[in-house]
Design a protein around this ligand. Structure first.
Ligand code: MG
Length: 252
């Protein structure tokens, strides 16, 4: 069942989402050579708590950290460690916060120092695909219209969307129905309604779409070793169009 949110509930998700957005912005500024993913995780947790939120991922199914930090061929769910960032790396930062019982969830991918132009293009296309999908989040459209918009943009650029992980409804749980794939034919699935809140999160591989899990049972990597990028927003569907709840509106 897809749980529709009242404007008040959406407001709570937006409060959580704003914290996520602000902390991601801070983390982005801290992504540089020599910084470890554990450093970033600590900043993430402090940033969320000082704004009155709680980390959403820490302890979720046993995940040990506040931040998912996924470097290069790591697709999602990388566990923060003492690994230091190096020139030419890219890092996916996926962050969730809880405020007043409601969740916000977003992700960005950030280059470290000078990165190959083709890798910057991967990042750009992935972010663009997120916005192509968001643009389909309109009352009366079907769920798979979102998925199709993401996949079309990614494949036109010569990349692959990951199929093993999907976006999701979000609210009083981190993952609610419906599942929101980043691929599919248009015109399928439930009709989008005012009050739906969805986390759309394209994961895009430079090479083939296959992924596998590392022995830590969290970190997903590309099977072919190609780089992967990830962007995510939590978005409310309203009569007047999509509203991004994890957008950064500057200082509170
Ligand atoms: Mg998510």
């Amino acid at each position: 069942m897809i749980i529709l949110k009242s404007p008040e509930e959406t407001g709570k998700i937006k409060r959580a989402g704003r914290i996520v957005a602000e902390v991601l912005k801070e983390l982005k500024e801290q992504v540089k050579l020599g910084v470890t993913t554990l450093d970033l995780d600590q900043m993430a947790e402090e940033g969320i708590r000082k704004r009155g939120g709680q980390p959403a991922f820490k302890g979720y199914r046993g995940f040990p950290a506040t931040l998912c930090a996924s470097i290069n061929e790591e697709v999602v769910h990388g566990i923060p460690s003492k690994r230091a960032l190096r020139e030419g790396d890219i890092i996916g930062l996926d962050l969730g916060a809880i405020v007043d019982g409601y969740y916000g969830d977003a992700a960005i991918t950030v280059p470290v120092g000078a990165v190959r132009p083709e890798v910057l293009r991967l990042i750009r296309i992935t972010e663009e695909s997120l916005y192509r999908g968001i643009d389909q989040m309109r009352v009366g459209n079907r769920l798979s219209d979102i998925s199709h918009a993401v996949q079309s943009h990614v494949e036109a650029a010569g990349y692959s969307v990951v199929k093993d992980f999907v976006g999701h409804g979000i609210g009083q749980s981190l993952h609610e129905e419906p599942q929101l794939p980043n691929f599919g034919k248009p015109g399928q699935g439930p009709r989008l309604k005012d009050g739906m809140v969805l986390a759309l999160e394209p994961m895009v591989n430079m090479g083939k779409d296959g992924v596998r899990l590392l022995s830590d049972r969290w970190t997903a990597v590309t099977e072919d070793g190609s780089f992967s990028a990830h962007f995510e927003h939590t978005v409310a569907i309203t009569e007047t169009g999509p509203v991004i709840l994890t957008a950064d509106h500057g200082s509170v």
